[in-house]
Design a protein around this ligand. Structure first.
Ligand SMILES: [Zn+2]
Length: 241
């Protein structure tokens, strides 16, 4: 079964939709709108809700993971939910099945492809080039160095900022560089759709990235500034004296 038609966007205004966590809504919405092949999302494990979302947004759920959790809170009950793999087309389902049979060496690349991440970024992730580009002394300031993060810190040291589109990165998405055109174009599309159909989800994703990406960039920048390290010294082969 394959649905090609557009989702019923009235859903995005309902209380059922709002009962899903805003960042999970961002994942689901982008799959429903056909701009992301697959996503993982934590959502209700109640059959009626899943059937309703599936029918109206024209997407499917496979592979439920995690415990079917219920929580009783002071204001009521947090309904049972699990993490689902969400997709929209038969073609994607076949690729998901291929992913499940992948070995460790190509799993990450195939998973990244299904999550919509550009090829150039997946390549940089599996074969990083930062060791060839940046000074080894500088790399020691990074707990987990990768090209995008190092370039972003370099820009902040120069008093510049990274493009605002990067506030729309998905968890685990790593652009190959701060100038990756494919990522910027993709993130622009994601941003527009989220702002248009679910501004709360857009805002929450921005806050997620402010906390997870920007905070790290700013912290490393501060530490480098304290050591009086300049962006010129990032250059491979720069001799510190
Ligand atoms: Zn890229």
């Amino acid at each position: 079964m394959q649905f090609k038609d557009t989702p019923n966007r009235e859903i995005y205004k309902t209380s059922i939709w709002k009962s899903i966590n805003p960042t999970d809504r961002a994942h689901i919405l982008l799959v429903a709108e056909g701009v992301k092949p697959m996503a993982y999302a934590d959502m209700s494990d109640l059959k009626d809700i899943k059937d309703y979302i599936s029918k109206e947004l024209k997407l499917f759920f496979v592979e439920a993971r995690g415990r079917r959790a219920w929580y009783k809170t002071s204001v009521g009950i947090d309904l049972p939910h699990r993490v689902y793999t969400i997709y929209k087309s038969d073609k994607t389902l076949r690729l998901i099945q291929r992913l499940w049979s992948s070995n460790r060496s190509n799993y990450q690349d195939r998973e990244g492809e299904l999550l919509g991440f550009p090829k150039c970024c997946r390549k940089e992730y599996s074969n990083p080039t930062y060791n060839k580009r940046f000074n080894g002394f500088i790399l020691k300031f990074f707990r987990r160095p990768y090209t995008f993060l190092i370039q972003a810190v370099k820009m902040f040291l120069e008093g510049r900022e990274i493009p605002k589109e990067y506030l729309y990165l998905m968890p685990s998405q790593t652009p190959c560089s701060v100038e990756c055109k494919k990522s910027l174009n993709l993130l622009k599309v994601w941003r527009e759709l989220l702002r248009k159909y679910d501004p709360e989800a857009a805002k929450t994703l921005e806050e997620f990235n402010e906390y997870n990406v920007l905070r790290e960039i700013k912290e490393i920048t501060t530490r480098l500034k304290e050591r009086k390290i300049t962006s010129v010294q990032f250059e491979k082969g720069y001799i510190f004296s």
